[in-house]
Design a protein around this ligand. Sequence first.
Ligand SMILES: [Zn+2]
Ligand SMILES: [Zn+2]
Length: 353
Amino acid sequence: MLAARLYDSGPPRRLVLESIPDPAPRRGEVVVAVRAAGLCGTDLEMLDGLRLPPEVPWPIVPGHEVAGEVAAAGEDAGPWRPGDRVVVHPYVACGRCRSCLDGRQSACLAPELIGLTRLGGFAEKIAVPGVNLFRLPEGVPYTVGAILPDAVATPYHALVTRGELAPGQSVAIFGAGGVGTHGVLFAKMLGAHPVVVVVRRPAVAGRLRALGATVVVADAATNPVREIRRLTGGLGADLSVDFVGRSETVRACIGATRIGGRVVLVGVADEPLALPGSSYLVRREVELRAAFGATPQEIDVVIGLVASGRLDLSRSVSRERPLARIHEAVAILRDRPPDVVRVVLTMDAATTG
Ligand SMILES: [Zn+2]
Ligand SMILES: [Zn+2]
């Protein structure tokens, strides 16, 4: 089968399209014929030299946003039958550690990650544990299914579960890539007001306003903290969520939060965080929380919201490219055209079936 493999040669690392053996399902596993695989900012960072854990088996087949059709099921792999339309949860939790037993599967102490420590979805087929599959309802395209567990369920976990956002509350969102943009969709869906999103590039403002957000472009002339306070009657936001992970945005995120409000950190960056002084945090009684990934229960909810029509993702898949043109897809991700929310690779049923 065709796969894109990332080699740790160089720098730079190299992404090579090549033919590798088809996977066979082991006990508990299902082989999925991939129909769509989303590209994520993390894939670009991996390509650009992101430090990775030593247990990563090179070369990596990246791709952790995967949807497709069941091709074969191994022994004890659950209810899956060839032809079933499925979405893959990329996070393989052990199911036995204390975090898993506490219902925090996304904080599993011994996880495997599809597209990092396991072969990912930039390939025509992928072998995954049956328990990592979710049924993709008819009527939801594979391209949309692919982005649900990561780019959509992650902000759901951040805003709804960790952020406890309630109708009528104000929310400030820092960063509007694929994940942050879906955060805006959830905030609107929940009836938050105002939904303020802070971005760097004026060019992305249009597509965010179209979703109903109030956009603050943080430039030399605009202090986002002052703007958010102005937009929230001088108080600050009930909930602020950072999808960037750098000191500058995290500090602004905290400053933009009302006294006693909640700050949820989602974005990660390769730099230590410099936070405001302790007296500032203590006096404001701001609650600092962090959020990572999503649980299987949350992915079920997100799939249901899309299937019901309540969550409209029709503008989320901005570009599609066949796997054979993955380098073009990577170039789009690198250029970040302002209208792009997600870039998704597609695999033809004729070649993978
Ligand atoms: Zn991702
Ligand atoms: Zn675990």
